[in-house]
Design a protein around this ligand. Structure first.
Ligand code: PMP
Length: 430
């Protein structure tokens, strides 16, 4: 496989951009080698600068749930382009977007648009603090909620990949207001709450985790958090930046039937454009400026091009419930194929999958929290990643990530990925 153009670009990028990339996981540090510089993508395929073609299992880390260059979204964007790209003033599209989100996401009665998932989570905890008059928050080890200071404590995704779950630059003052518990450990949460009476403003969680790899909540865990938060007056925030509009049209909250007080959204909501949102109960959201005293703003928030892309995406998902059935079937089919190969070859593995999210962990331990995720053989994952790449399959460049399937993957392509998995394992185990 010739990747000369990517190699040359990476060398040059390193002169001008820290680490050569604008977001750390992209640098392939966890798996070694040169990151691929991407030129284009269409449907189920992505192409690098050397015109190599790969089947997409990342899909821009989630947003491209219908595959790349979906016609409806392309048309919505090109129509919007006729009317200028930004106004910094209210628009009809923002109202339609808010109404659409409220109609789809059970917990959301009012919503504010922002420009990224990070902004959404940062804003949500500020609002929860303003609403409760309390300072502390609880998060879970290995969950990632963007790069806001409060969240870079025991963080997942790139922070976990680079072995820096607690970042320099976060002040002690901020760090001491973030309490952490192991995922799926209700008792640990109860202990934190007991040790900090009436001090906890919010509990934020990925209701299904993507950022330590895909990890599911055990039966009763989300329900337990819900009743604990109710009892203690803690704002329960579901960070559905990954799971929103992916695990069902109403996200993980709809799929699991547990309704938080606030929800943060991103990725799919922008149809590929940089968008985030946070919303929740009306009485909480009415704290947000200018309705209330908690300040939060954005020059480009509700950008008309981004709103057009996102709205076209959400309308499609709203009107096509069969999308979720297709994605569920794809997730099951793919992981069943993988399981067969792993068993046949006697590889230690553990697969977590729900709908169109999955992670193949190289460990035979059940993965239910960050500690168990870290029992994976990371160097084996690196070799597997490159063996898959050589076979034309584009995966997440770290063990601690979830894959994101799209509706553009038909049965023949899924078979191709299953075959590539089998061949790749045969090669690296030989
Ligand atoms: N929350 C979750 C659950 C995420 O997965 C991410 C990003 N992967 C974020 C927040 C941050 O979103 P962004 O990268 O758009 O700032």
């Amino acid at each position: 496989m010739n990747i000369h153009s990517s190699e040359a670009l990476f060398e040059k990028a390193n002169q001008f951009i820290p680490g050569g990339v604008n977001s750390p996981v992209r640098a392939f540090k966890a798996v070694g080698g040169t990151p691929l510089f991407i030129k284009s993508a269409r449907g189920p395929y992505i192409y690098d600068e050397d015109d190599n073609q790969y089947i997409e299992l990342i899909n821009s880390w989630g947003p491209m749930i219908l595959g790349h260059c979906n016609e409806l979204i392309e048309k919505a964007v090109s129509d919007a382009l006729q009317h200028s790209f930004s106004f910094g003033a209210p628009t009809r599209k923002e109202v339609e977007m808010a109404e659409r989100i409220v109609s789809m996401v059970p917990s959301v009665e009012k919503v504010r648009m922002v420009n990224s998932g990070t902004e959404a989570t940062m804003s949500a905890i500020r609002v929860a603090r303003g609403f409760t008059g309390r300072d502390k928050i609880i998060k879970f080890e290995g969950c990632y909620h963007g790069h806001g200071d409060s969240f870079l404590i025991a963080a997942g995704s790139g922070a976990a990949t680079f072995g820096a779950p607690d970042s320099p630059g976060v002040t002690k003052g901020v760090a001491q207001d973030t309490l952490t518990a192991p995922y799926n450990d209700l008792e640990a949460v109860q202990q934190l709450v007991d040790a900090n009476p009436k001090q906890i403003a919010a509990l934020i969680i990925e209701p299904v985790v993507g950022n330590m790899g895909c990890v599911l909540p055990e039966p009763g865990f989300l329900e337990g958090l819900r009743s604990l938060c109710d009892k203690e007056g803690i704002v329960l925030i579901f960070d559905e930046v990954m799971t929103g509009f992916r695990l069902s049209k109403g996200g993980a909250q709809e799929r699991f039937g547990v309704i938080p007080d606030m929800t943060t959204l991103g990725k799919i909501i922008g149809g590929g454009m940089p968008v985030g949102a946070y919303g929740g109960k009306e009485e909480i959201m009415n704290c947000v400026s200018p309705a209330g005293p908690v300040y939060q703003a954005g020059t480009l928030s509700g950008n008309p091009i981004a709103m057009s892309a996102g709205l076209a995406m959400l309308e499609y998902l709203h009107d096509h419930a069969e999308v979720y059935l297709t994605l569920d079937n794809s997730g099951v089919k793919l992981t069943q194929g993988f399981r067969k190969s792993m068993e046949k070859l006697g590889v230690e593995y553990s697969i977590n999958q729900i709908g169109s999210m999955y992670t193949l962990f190289f460990t035979n331990e059940k993965v239910y929290n960050f500690t168990s995720a870290k029992t994976s053989d990371l160097s084996l994952y690196g070799r597997y990643f490159h063996a898959m790449l050589r076979r034309g399959v584009y995966l997440g460049p770290s063990q601690f990530e979830s894959m994101f399937l799209s509706t553009a993957l038909n049965d023949a392509l899924l078979e191709q990925v299953i075959q590539a998995n089998d061949d790749a394992l045969n090669e690296i185990l030989a």
